[in-house]
Write a protein that binds this ligand. Structure first.
Ligand code: F1X
Length: 309
């Protein structure tokens, strides 16, 4: 199975409003509630692609129960979430249906105690034994050590399980230094990590910091990837308009599925870019428009650039 780790799970709430105005009062035309936090989105996309996935991380309280109930109804996803005393957070995405812009509000998440963190580590070590790949995804809730991802990367490597890291800030910086197989920052996270706003330079700098393969998600421009074998760009066939929340998570699902299926890098990137674009067309993160995905999959342009240093 593929293992996804979401320390800061969430109940993702998406509101659609006609025009979002600061200080205004809004009528919400549509509400969706889904299990969220990046790793749960990745898991739902992987399951929709036909992969067996196990999810772990923390959940608690009434929102945690809702998340688990909804996951229980998702075929292909096994719940190995660790219960905690605190309450799973909510994240709110407000989609302005006039402009198509999305505004995101993410709660910090429950405080995790040292005993809860230890319980999680035991679960993680056990799950690694039957994992073909692992993704470490999203922010860390309060109480989890800032070097947590670095530690989880090292454990995966010690167990010879390929590991992908998708986070930001200091947890990303430390996690990259632990040498994950793949790191998938967006443009902003990559610039923060490396100090460079040029994606080509920043991708190379992130490799120098320890990541074997860097896959940068560049929004509508697609993906830029670099490893010791080369550098590729994967560009979707057209610009899509919709809700971009979770597009990066779908790219992660594409990369992981390509990894366990042993696809060559250009095919993995084409799949990841197609899934990412098809997610923008879906109402919420962790979902994608299947017919758009199937159409885009054959149309993503993957170009190979000057080989990497
Ligand atoms: O606060 P984090 O953990 O960084 O991100 C959480 C989150 O905004 O990311 C997903 C989209 O990638 C949402 O579904 C989700 O709730």
């Amino acid at each position: 199975m593929i293992l996804t780790v979401t320390p800061n799970t969430a109940l993702d709430i998406t509101y659609r409003v006609r025009t979002l105005r600061p200080h205004g009062s809004h009528r919400v035309s549509e509400v969706t509630e889904r299990p969220g936090g990046k790793g749960l989105n990745v898991a739902r996309v992987l399951a929709a692609l036909g992969h067996e996935v196990t999810v772990t991380g923390f959940t608690g309280g009434a929102t945690g129960r809702t998340v688990r109930d909804q996951l229980a109804g998702t075929a292909g996803v096994v719940d190995a979430l660790v219960p905690v005393r605190g309450s799973t957070r909510r994240t709110i995405a407000v989609v302005d249906t006039t402009t198509g812009d999305t505004t995101q509000l993410n709660e910090p998440g429950p405080a995790i105690t040292p005993a809860e963190w230890s319980a999680f580590q035991e679960t993680y070590e056990r799950l690694l034994r039957s994992a073909s790949a692992v993704a470490l995804c999203g922010s860390l809730p309060p109480g989890v050590p800032v070097g947590a991802y670095a530690q989880l990367v090292r454990s995966a490597r010690a167990s010879a399980v390929p590991v992908l890291l998708d986070t930001s800030g200091e947890p990303l910086r430390r996690g990259v230094a632990a040498r994950p197989d793949i790191v998938k920052p967006n443009a902003e996270e990559l610039a923060e990590l490396t100090g460079s706003h040029d994606p080509l330079q920043a991708t190379r700098a992130a490799r120098r910091r320890g990541a074997h393969t860097v896959v940068a998600s560049l929004g509508p421009a697609g993906l830029l990837a670099e490893n010791a074998a080369g550098r590729w760009r994967a560009t979707p066939p057209c610009r899509v308009h919709g809700n971009p929340t979770g597009a990066g998570d779908s790219a992660v699902a594409g990369l992981l599925s390509g990894l366990v299926e042993n696809l060559p890098w250009p095919e993995r990137l084409a799949r990841a870019a197609a899934l990412s674009a098809a997610t923008v067309l879906a109402p919420a993160a962790g979902e994608f428009d299947r017919s758009a995905y199937e159409a885009f999959a054959g149309q993503v342009a993957v170009t190979s650039e000057t080989s990497a240093a």
